[in-house]
Design a protein around this ligand. Structure first.
Ligand code: ATP
Length: 362
């Protein structure tokens, strides 16, 4: 499994999307997107259903053409380059394997096609066999090369789809919801596998997901989209720590940020940033710290911690009113529904947004 390809792939250079729009009749799927994807990065594009992620990926793959704007690789437009010369491979959400072909035939399909197209420049039978053997070992598929897709587990099918894409050694590998067909247990190992693959093949990886947890945990570069626009891009840490808007603040991070609206704008704090104070506040409150007082409503035990959904004091008089989430770590008495709770949010962990939802600099 640690076998490297005989020749590392060269990441194709930085990818830049400049003013990319895509309209389908009345629908604007992408709205003047400017985006920088660093060469060699693992870039995750995340956003709610219908925000334009797949459309963006298809344009990167050259499978769709933007209504306006250009895609540049290493500073040059790829618009005039035929699909076969774009150095890009895409793994589709449903893997799109050929059911009647063995794993070996599925993996080698693209190379065999290249050979059929041109016997002088295409790979020889021997070279194809060597490369199938390499990627099969890289992805742990050697034992199942003779099987058909119907005889594989979900995780194995996903690895065959990856193998089929990387055997051509693309500089850019595009993955559309690569983990969505897997169950929870397999997802964790498949995540690790993609990270290892990225490290070993050296290509630029762009993956699309609606799962912000997946995006945060895997990406070196995170892009958040909403309604056809890029609303923030940066390292996962930057996006998590300094969300650019109320939308990003609410979308990225689990449990979600607690957000309260006032006449002037929005205030937010992450459940994991609040400190539960066992008995009142005493002298632990610093200048600018917030004290949150409420009653525990629902407890969700997650193993090493407990998520508490609470109502604020005000909500006691207005049951439909404000609620917030806290995270209680092991070590103290678990709180139970009906228990009063006091928590302190350090001043540095309070996020402020204006009335339009834009971050106010702190
Ligand atoms: P999901 O997470 O549900 O897959 P997405 O973020 O990938 O969603 P897209 O599939 O890119 O979103 O779609 C963006 C918008 O463009 C949607 O409103 C969708 O209905 C529309 N759209 C996408 N493809 C077409 C098409 N071929 N014809 C018409 N409308 C389309």
């Amino acid at each position: 499994m640690t076998q490297l390809l005989d020749r590392p792939v060269t990441a194709a250079g930085d990818i830049d999307l400049v003013g990319i729009s895509r309209r389908f009749g009345e629908t604007t799927a992408l709205d003047a997107i400017d985006l920088h994807i660093p060469a060699g990065s693992l870039t995750a594009i995340v956003g709610p259903s219908g925000c334009g992620k797949s459309t963006l990926l298809r344009i990167l793959a050259g499978l769709d053409t933007p209504s306006s704007g250009v895609v540049q690789v290493a500073g040059e437009s790829v618009a005039s380059r035929p699909l076969g010369q774009r150095d890009v491979a895409m793994v589709f959400q449903d893997y799109a394997l050929y059911p009647h072909m063995t794993v070996e035939r599925n993996i080698s399909f693209g190379l065999r096609l290249a050979r059929r197209h041109d016997r002088t420049t295409g790979p020889s039978h021997d070279e194809i066999a060597v490369r199938v053997d390499q990627v099969a070992r890289l992805l742990g598929l050697t034992e199942v090369l003779g099987r058909r897709p119907g005889q594989l587990s979900g995780g194995q099918r996903q690895r065959v789809a990856l193998a089929r894409a990387i055997i051509r050694r693309p500089g850019v590998l595009l993955l559309d919801e690569p983990l969505s067909a897997l169950d929870v247990a397999l997802r964790a190992s498949a995540r690790a596998e993609i990270l290892r693959l990225h490290r070993e093949i050296g290509a630029t990886l762009v993956l699309v997901t609606h799962d912000q947890h997946e995006a945060l945990s895997m990406a070196s570069h995170l892009v958040v989209m909403d309604r056809g626009r890029v609303v923030q891009s940066g390292s996962p840490q930057e996006v998590f720590r300094r969300p650019a808007s109320v939308f990003v603040a609410g979308f990225v991070g689990s449990p979600a940020m607690n957000l309260t609206r006032s006449a002037d704008g929005w205030t937010g704090w992450r459940p994991t940033d609040a400190r539960i104070v066992p008995d009142g506040t005493g002298d632990v409150v610093g200048p600018g710290d917030r004290v949150v007082i409420g009653v525990v409503d629902v407890c969700e035990f997650t193993g090493s911690s407990q998520e508490l959904r609470c109502r604020t004091e005000a909500a006691l008089e207005h049951p439909a009113g404000l609620s917030f989430t806290l995270v209680q770590r092991e070590g103290e008495r678990w709180l139970a529904p009906g228990d009063p709770v006091v928590a302190v949010v350090p001043a540095a962990s309070v996020h402020s947004f204006d009335a339009d939802g834009r971050r106010l600099d702190d």
